[in-house]
Design a protein around this ligand. Structure first.
Ligand code: HEM
Ligand SMILES: *[C@@H]1O[C@H](CO)[C@@H](O)[C@H](O)[C@H]1NC(C)=O
Length: 490
């Protein structure tokens, strides 16, 4: 006689075998790739990793469009500039969905911009873009806010009088303050404890993203959401962000909406009023909170990490640093406010800023998309709901488009006469209908902060330190290992 457990084991084995054959059948219609196994998909072959070099290695075997299986779900990966660009722009609308995985659904509930899809996403994104553009105009516009923060940052570095410091916190502080000025209409002082809490919460969320526990949550959400652990901490960090935003909104509603809206919240509150009678309106307080959270999550860690890499690369490449400074000295006067427009007279500095962004590749492989309808991607028919990953790293490191992809080389953006040349494979903000919403603000910030810092200081390693580690820590974003520098006033 068979015991119950033997029957159950036999049944489980039978189901796994059936599942295996089903996977092999489904797989035939998809782009090629490693052989998926039940439950784990191709995660075992990939050692449960999902990093840029591994994906580029898989592309060498299977081609520039291939399929990986994340548990039960196929993920179509695009590799290299041409595949990423064609895949994202041939039928841009079809691949404009966002993968709202179980963890991100628990976090943002499909609201706001970054983790929304369809009608909500379209309305919220269009509104945010238009509002950022409106806020960019005028004397108190975005660029002025960036210049103001750059001024505070330079003053802070100066107050250190050349003593060693870890630049990451002052950078996050300044960059977050730009978003605060845009969204809330005011900045926070370096001492403000609630602002520190906000920054710590954002950093924690980024550290959690892509971690092992995060992956476990995505595969076994029904189990993980009942267990304690780091995922609960990450979700509570998101709540910190939301309640901070709600408090600022309350302060705005108490003061009433001014005739001339001054910040994102003013614009949003006015728009809720205006669209009250529209039947399909998604303008409400929840979407406002999540949109603002998205501006924070999208806009602070990314830009400050890029600047952090920039200083590290300057320390590692003193000849590049010196050349930037020589150009800045020749073109700008010492006290002149630096504008984004000045990049046109500063081709070398502009090339260095671009190369910092390319080489640091902070978003690593990028954010997955989802097909919002049946479509074809580079000739392969895909069903609605299929996940597509345009691997940004593979474009920024594409050996067919960059002379020395694995080396820091500002020459990638210069012609032989030293003029700036843009490069089509430079896609750090991705491409297509979901391209980064803050691209213009980010470019303005990177240029003004970087040029302001290098005009005021020379960055050097502290006395006695000789090792520079320019390898990234793998996580939600690619971060440098913590380091200290001396900002020597010039
Ligand atoms: C160096 C700085 C930055 C980099 C490298 C970067 C990169 C990216 C990338 C790769 C995406 C995903 C696009 C896709 O799905 O294909 C994205 C989305 C987004 N970014 Fe940025 N970003 C930066 C700065 C900013 C800033 C300053 C803001 C805010 C003002 C911002 C707001 C957003 C938002 C809201 C989205 C979601 C867009 C959507 O899903 O429609 N980002 N960013
Ligand atoms: C999408 O494709 C699937 C299978 O290929 C098919 O069953 C379904 O009817 C299609 N949906 C639409 C809206 O064409």
């Amino acid at each position: 006689m068979l015991t119950i457990s033997e029957v159950l084991i036999a049944l489980a084995v039978f189901l796994l075998i059936m599942q295996f054959f089903k996977l092999q059948r489904v797989r035939k219609q998809l782009p090629p790739g490693p052989i998926p196994l039940p439950v784990f998909g191709t995660l075992i072959q990939l050692n449960f990793q999902f990093n840029r070099d591994l994906l580029m290695k898989v592309a060498k075997i299977h081609g520039n469009i291939f399929t990986l299986w994340f548990g039960w779900a196929p993920v179509i990966v695009l590799n290299g500039y041409q595949a990423v660009k064609d895949g994202m722009t041939t039928y841009p609308e079809d691949v404009s969905g966002r993968l709202v995985s179980p963890f991100f659904r628990a976090m943002a509930k499909g609201k706001g911009i970054m983790l929304a899809t369809g009608h909500t996403w379209k309305q919220q994104r269009r509104f945010a873009l238009r509002t950022l553009r409106n806020l960019g105009l005028g004397k108190r516009g975005l660029e002025h806010r960036v210049q103001e923060e750059a001024h505070y940052l330079v003053a802070f570095f100066a107050s250190m009088k050349g003593k060693p410091l870890d630049p990451s916190f002052p950078l996050v502080h300044s960059v977050s303050n730009v978003i605060c000025a845009v969204v809330f209409g005011h900045r926070f002082s370096r001492e403000d404890e609630s602002f520190h809490e906000l920054i710590r919460a954002t950093e924690h969320l980024f550290k959690f993203g892509g971690s092992f526990i995060h992956h476990l949550y995505e595969i076994f959400p029904w189990l993980m959401c009942r267990l304690p652990g780091p995922h609960k901490k990450a979700l509570s960090c998101y709540e910190v962000l939301s309640s901070f935003t709600r408090r600022e909104i309350r302060m705005h509603t108490e003061h009433g909406i001014p005739d001339e809206p001054q910040d994102f919240i003013d614009f949003y509150l006015a728009h809720i009023e205006k669209s009250r009678d529209e039947p399909r309106s998604t303008y409400n307080e929840d979407n406002m909170v999540y949109s603002i959270n998205d501006l924070f999550l999208g806009g602070s860690e990314t830009t400050s990490t890029t600047l952090n890499w920039g200083l590290l690369y300057m320390v590692a490449n003193p000849d590049v640093q010196e050349k930037v400074q020589r150009e800045l000295d020749a073109v700008l006067s010492p006290s002149q406010l630096i504008c984004y427009e000045d990049r046109k007279d500063l081709p070398y500095t502009n090339a260095v800023v671009h190369e910092v962004q390319r080489f640091s590749n902070i978003i690593s492989v990028g954010m997955p998309r989802v097909c919002v309808r049946n479509t074809t991607l580079l000739g392969f028919p895909l069903k609605k709901g299929t996940i597509v990953l345009p691997n940004i790293a593979s474009s920024l490191y594409d050996p067919e488009h960059w002379e020395t992809p694995r080396q820091f080389n500002p020459g990638h953006f210069l012609d032989k006469d030293g003029n700036f040349v843009s490069q089509e494979a430079f896609l750090p903000f991705s491409v297509g209908h979901r391209v980064c919403l803050g691209e213009h603000l980010a470019r303005t910030e990177l240029f003004i902060f970087f040029a302001s810092l290098l005009r005021a200081f020379t960055f050097r390693l502290p006395e006695g330190v000789t090792q520079i580690n320019t390898e990234p820590i793998l996580g939600g974003t690619l971060q440098p290992h913590p380091y200290r520098v001396c900002a020597i006033p010039r």
